[in-house]
Design a protein around this ligand. Structure first.
Ligand code: SF4
Length: 319
């Protein structure tokens, strides 16, 4: 038997197989909202980075299968050293994390210190553990404004890495000037403002929501800007069915349609196509979820930098 989920036919037998393996391996499946709907369907917990990082600390099973990208599974391991954390595809990376290698960040920090500048490094969670270990604060799109506004000492500058668009958004929201690392997400950077305006003309009265990883020209056109968890809350608050244009990774539309089906959701087209899916997230498949449970691999191994990164993560996200 097969079922249509997202744009692919899914063999239902694999769901039973995964359920059985989950019981056998004492595992909990966590999935990010940017995963294919078929994967979100089998997850015990779905969420954005902040929700999943927090949820990972409350999991009672011995194993966590993290359906997301590498830095997310790494974060779950850092916060749960005693648990086995499996990532269905170890090559599921992230353009933001890849664009900010720890040695380059360490060099930049040393240069700024050499100039006599006093600063705190505020790091988006989309980064490697080695980068987190060089940081003073870790933020997500869900708590960045709050952390910068309420917790980063106001007598110091801020070096914000690695997403310049999120950094600029936080700068605008808090009024704190920042030194921005020149990184961007490959998915959120390619939305077309021309196509957005064209779609809006076609759908009179529509509402636009955008992720803060989007460039400012997209954010300026949005009625609401927020991370994926905030997007969900926002559309839930709209009582009357509406056409909602969504500027974030395309699989988020599955979550929105599933949780708040009274609205009609439309992806904001990209510059070259309308398929704004994250190629890294797409590496995970149901088959790979099943196989990692079968074999216990690939597993996130403990690394030295996890100790220091863990302290920063706990202080930033869990307190
Ligand atoms: S959507 Fe962008 S920020 Fe998120 S994992 Fe993919 S590349 Fe990284």
């Amino acid at each position: 038997m097969t079922v249509l989920s997202a744009d692919a036919e899914v063999d239902l037998a694999i769901y039973d197989e995964i359920e059985a393996l989950k019981r056998r391996e004492d595992a909990t499946i966590l999935a990010h909202y940017y995963q294919d709907g078929a994967i979100q369907e089998i997850a015990d917990i779905t969420g954005d980075s902040l929700k999943l990082a927090r949820a990972a600390t409350g999991v009672s099973s011995k194993t966590i299968v993290f359906c997301g990208v590498h830095f997310m599974a790494e974060t779950a391991k850092i916060l749960n050293p005693e648990k086995r954390v499996l990532l269905p595809d170890m090559l599921a990376g992230c353009s933001l994390a890849d664009g900010c290698p720890a040695p380059r960040l360490a060099r930049m920090q040393a240069e700024l210190r050499g100039e006599g500048r006093r600063f705190q490094t505020v790091t988006y969670i989309n980064s490697s553990a080695a980068v987190k270990a060089l940081s003073d604060w870790i933020v997500t799109s869900g708590n960045a404004v709050e952390v910068v506004r309420d917790r980063v000492p106001s007598d110091q500058e801020i070096l914000f890495v690695p997403d310049r668009h999120l950094g600029r958004y936080v700068e605008e929201a808090t009024g704190r000037r920042m030194i921005l690392w020149d990184g961007a997400c490959v998915v959120h950077e390619v939305f077309s403002v021309t196509e957005l305006l064209r779609t809006r003309r076609r759908l009179a009265g529509s509402i636009t929501i955008a992720h803060p990883e989007c460039p400012v020209n997209i954010r300026e056109q949005a009625d609401f800007v927020g991370g994926t968890e905030a997007m969900l809350k926002y559309v839930e608050s709209i009582e009357i069915p509406a056409d909602i244009l969504v500027a974030t990774e395309a699989n988020m539309l599955w979550r929105l349609e599933n949780d708040v089906p009274r609205h009609r959701y439309h992806p904001v087209p990209g510059v070259t196509c309308a398929c704004n899916t994250c190629p890294h997230m797409a590496r995970n498949t149901l088959e790979k979820v099943r196989d990692c449970l079968r074999t216990g691999a690939p597993e996130i191994a403990w690394r030295d930098e996890f100790d220091r990164a863990g302290g920063v993560l706990r202080r930033s996200l869990l307190k």
